[in-house]
Design a protein around this ligand. Structure first.
Ligand SMILES: *Cc1c(COP(=O)(O)O)cnc(C)c1O
Length: 392
């Protein structure tokens, strides 16, 4: 038991910390971390084993635990979400130059993973109601060169997985989901990673669950496990044989241990996020000109993001609201603007017409700060700024 003087020191530190936090910038997210002592205790065994990476004990342990948490039959841990997607695509050995139907309303990683596999992105429009790929527009884009569909469960919103599978079956295409935003989302009572031929998750520091940097591929076929094991380790097959042009995408043991610690607290993190998410939702839904996305009633929420759509009816534009928040040290993000299809690196190489809904959302969407430790007072300040707007 601490003596009284120790308690008062602790209180002083806490209130000082509170003051500093008040003056801090509010970013769109903040990484969840276990208690310092918990992590330090957990990494201690590494100083006796000296086994720091290369599919060590904690790598294997985290793979097992995440398989359970995500409710998927097979899972391969990766160094990050981007390499998870890049190698998941590579695992299917598509012919060079094959076309992949995807959406431009996503993080640049999705499009890069396709292009870096020497495949051609074919951009499909999205739906205004939730930002996911418009499944009614996919078939029009299919040609004899189409090999796969890479849809994105953007903001954790579930794509129309049944319809997408129907199309894939009809044309014999693979489906690889970018589920980087969809950690822990359940659909129709099952983990979201059960749809398609593979789904990738990101455990980057800014995501709802993190391993500092990290990611995973979920799938059903055990042969893909072996293929990915090989691809994430340079394609090495035993001491003298290299069978694939692989990469180095192994998660190290420090990251895996961070993941094991964070997984212990995930329910608490989700509960804290849920409270803030619901506060936003209840208070923003009646503001003139602010539209919220519609949730699929069969999907669970993971409270990863709180996107709003700033419609013309609102008293100012999305960019003006972004600036107003910024002037108040609140850093919202224009996820996703610009569309990936418009980025300089692609030099107008790929077709990007008929993306009307994607363009409209890119112009109107704003993601508000949301994380487990976001102080309710700061959240109230954000709400007040949005409600009062310019006259504040
Ligand atoms: C974060 C993210 C990725 C990449 O994941 P990293 O772990 O950062 O490499 C891919 N796709 C989407 C949609 C993302 O948000």
């Amino acid at each position: 038991m601490p003596v009284n003087s120790e308690i008062s020191v602790v209180h002083e530190i806490k209130s000082l910390k509170g003051k500093i936090m008040q003056e801090e910038k509010i970013l769109v997210t903040r990484s969840s971390m276990p208690a310092y002592e918990e992590y330090i205790e957990a990494i201690k065994p590494l100083w006796s084993s000296h086994w720091l990476t290369n599919m060590g004990k904690y790598h294997r342990e985290l793979e097992e635990q995440l398989k359970g948490y995500l409710d998927v039959p097979e899972l391969s841990l990766m160094v990050n979400g981007h390499m998870a997607l890049e190698l998941a695509i590579q695992a299917f050995d598509f012919p060079e130059g094959g076309e992949v139907i995807t959406t431009p309303f996503t993080f640049i990683s999705t499009t890069h993973a396709i292009v870096r596999n020497h495949l051609k992105p074919v951009f499909c429009d999205i739906k205004l109601c939730d930002g996911t790929i418009d499944e009614t527009k996919i078939e029009d884009l299919i040609t004899e060169h189409t090999v796969a569909i890479v849809p994105v469960h953007v903001y954790g919103h579930v794509c129309n997985v049944e319809k997408i599978q129907e199309i894939a079956d009809k044309y014999n295409l693979k489906v690889i989901y970018d589920a980087a935003h969809a950690f822990g989302v359940k659909y129709a009572g099952k983990g979201i990673g059960n749809w398609g031929d593979a789904s990738i998750f990101s455990f980057h520091a800014t995501k709802v669950y993190n391993t500092i940097e990290g990611g995973a591929v979920a799938f059903e076929d055990h042969k893909i496990y072996e293929k990915l094991y090989n691809l994430k380790n340079f394609g090495i097959h035993g001491e003298e044989l290299v069978t694939d042009v692989g990469a180095n995408a192994k998660m190290n043991e420090f990251a895996a241990i961070m993941g094991l610690c964070n997984l212990k607290h995930i329910e608490n993190v989700l509960e804290e996020r849920k409270q803030r998410f619901e506060l936003y939702r209840n208070r923003l839904r009646d503001i003139e000109g602010i539209r919220l996305f519609k949730k699929n009633s069969e999907a669970s929420d993971n409270y990863a993001y709180f996107p709003i759509i700033v419609e013309e009816k609102y008293q100012m534009s999305r960019d003006e609201l972004y600036d107003l928040l910024r002037e108040n040290d609140i850093y919202s993000r224009k996820y996703f603007y610009p569309l990936t299809s418009d980025q300089a690196c692609f030099k107008n190489k790929y077709k990007k017409d008929r993306l009307d809904c994607a363009r409209e959302l890119a112009k109107k969407v704003l993601v508000l700060p949301l994380y487990a430790e976001l102080e309710i007072e700061r959240l109230e300040q954000i709400l007040a700024l949005i409600a009062k707007g310019m006259d504040d």
